[in-house]
Ligand binder design. Structure first.
Ligand code: ZN
Length: 83
């Protein structure tokens, strides 16, 4: 997992707690400085956390998928690809 990749960490603002999937906790947030989105990911197994940028395509999925199994399934796939 990456360190914070955007402007400054203190500019990152939580937008939506996406919950837990595939041994990770996912929190979507947005940089208040440049407006780009990144995911704060916390691994519940080893306590490692980091930030990953979120593509526009993934972002629109996150915003349209209902909470629950669909979102969990998406996050699981996202973690395989991005983490
Ligand atoms: Zn930024």
């Amino acid at each position: 997992m990456a360190e914070f990749v955007c402007c400054e960490k203190r500019n990152w603002a939580l937008e939506r707690d996406l919950g837990h999937a595939h041994s990770f906790d996912f929190i979507l947030g947005k940089c208040a400085s440049c407006g780009s989105y990144s995911m704060n990911v916390f691994c519940t197994a080893n306590g490692i956390s980091g930030f990953e940028s979120v593509s526009p395509q993934d972002l629109s999925q996150i915003h349209t998928l209902p909470s629950g199994q669909e979102l969990k399934g998406f996050l699981k796939n996202w973690s395989y690809i991005n983490l």
